[in-house]
Design a protein around this ligand. Sequence first.
Ligand code: GLY
Length: 352
Amino acid sequence: MSRQEVILSQNLQESLEQAIGKCPHDKLFVLADECTARLCLPLIREATCLKDAQYITIGATDTHKTLETLATVWKALSDQGATRHSLMLNVGGGMVTDLGGFAASTFKRGIAYINIPTTLLAMVDASVGGKTGINFNGLKNEIGVFAPAKSVLIDTNFLRTLDYQNLVSGYAEMLKHGLISTTEHWAELLNFDFNQVDYAALQTLVAKSVRIKEDIVEQDPLEHGIRKALNLGHTVGHAFESLALEEERPHLHGYAVAWGMVCELYLSHLKTGFPADKMRQTIQFIRETYGRFYFDCKQYDRLYQLMTHDKKNTSGIINFTLLGEVGDIRINQTATRKEIDEMLDFYREAMG
Ligand code: GLY
């Protein structure tokens, strides 16, 4: 898999001119959702390199991360004469970069693309590392391919207009990066004050977070081993997210991941000796920042079933990424149904 260039940009138009300059192309397409087209495109539209660009707009939010939306993007590319030498620029949150990356990497067997993430979640996770795809059959990211962007241009100025929910949603992935890296980084993440956001400090934390992800992806781009570390919190988190969607009370991805981390830190404590004090401190931060996801024991069967759909599983056995300590990653862990029920009991009590 080719390496992608991740730029923490101080001047987005300049970075964009440079990134596009490195990608010879015949036509340039810009994909954005309804919100980013209105709020974010004006910030780059004047760039000389975009003067002949053609624009494609799709519906916003995860509900549009579908086969139907994907088909509209393929159709727009086809109708507007895109060739194998065309270039796509995805401007938006994780939904746009995932779907746009998938559209680009499958159109005429693959055209080059560049990501400009506009949400925290997309900056520190979705747009970096080459995972692309769409939701399908009620399951998150069920269909997709690994296909890295040529460049990812991160401008943290976009974060200044992000609402609290979207800010903390992305922060959950940063907290995950803290847990899988060093005690120092984990501790500084727990100290961040969302009541008075210091954007300069956030920018520094974002830079560290992106480097942690890049380092892991570089070691294992196709997720045969250590990249599974990035799934901490996601086995249970995806189950929470899917259950919430089924019950028509959807939650942002990062919220589900944060609640999933509560569960998986408990499993880590139970099975791989993660220290109780660090588990409690992390849970307290998550409870205060994200509130809780409500369910009762009648929903345990459905949550268990949803966990069995996780992409890391083999032969239907649920595969967890756990920790022995902050930074001590234990991939390919399993748990019995009894331990999973106990974990869900713990969650309801600890988050109560
Ligand atoms: N979001 C997890 C990964 O990129 O592997």
